[in-house]
Design a protein around this ligand. Sequence first.
Ligand SMILES: NC(=O)c1ccc[n+]([C@@H]2O[C@H](COP(=O)([O-])OP(=O)(O)OC[C@H]3O[C@@H](n4cnc5c(N)ncnc54)[C@H](OP(=O)(O)O)[C@@H]3O)[C@@H](O)[C@H]2O)c1
Length: 239
Amino acid sequence: MTVKNSRVVVLGGTSGIGLATAQAVAEAGASVVVASSRQSSVDRALSVLPPGAEGLVLDVGDSAALRDFFTAVGPFDHLVYTAGENLALMRLEDYDIHAARTFFDLRFFSALEAAHLAVPHLNAGGSITFTSGSAAFRPGAGWMLGAAVSATAIAVTKALAIELAPIRVNAIAPGVVRSPLWDSMSIQDQMAMYAGLAASLPLGRVAEVTDVAKSFVYVMDQDYTTGTVTVIDGGSVLV
Ligand SMILES: NC(=O)c1ccc[n+]([C@@H]2O[C@H](COP(=O)([O-])OP(=O)(O)OC[C@H]3O[C@@H](n4cnc5c(N)ncnc54)[C@H](OP(=O)(O)O)[C@@H]3O)[C@@H](O)[C@H]2O)c1
């Protein structure tokens, strides 16, 4: 099922990469449902999405709420999972097992739970797209959790592409993206990070959320791709 005239659900679709993906699929002729944990995020997203877009409050960590969500949404074609919270950079010397588990809860266990509960509602020709990260391939110091969860997303993508076929399962692996994910840093620190990275990247800039959204749309639309990981990183893995 290509994107035009499809129904797309974006968990984490009220901000950043997920919201840009929701906007892109809506522009491509899909109907879209976005969900995230805060009503204020849902309201803000609906104020920028085209009329007809739906928004629901959902904490993806709550399995019962996830189940009810998919029952309420009904049949749909494409699941996109972009839910995430501020990145926990952590070196091994600072390892905190509770923080590590929390990090995996939202990005890994809840992503799998969402896929598990969504599949019965996916129409024939449907797809699932997970979020990984280029840290799976080129982590810096302090990125062990981001690298690990990004690598697990890729492993799960490949395993489920086999298990769920002909439902297609893909992953998108962005490098650093200018998004609200970094809002726990001061504006000055964000600008310094973006500028420093841009100077080191072959393409000379960090990604915008719209750059990454194009990749999500591509793998949903390209109905002969499954089990793939699309790295969208300005060339960071090469340098
Ligand atoms: N930005 C980057 O540089 C970058 C790079 C590589 C990978 N990624 C990954 O890409 C994903 C999206 O990142 P982003 O930059 O788009 O971040 P973002 O702008 O902060 O968006 C994260 C979204 O997740 C939602 N969310 C958080 N906790 C949730 C929960 N418990 N249940 C439901 N929704 C929840 C947030 O809404 P609420 O607050 O309303 O819940 C928000 O809509 C993340 O997994 C991130 O790790 C990002």
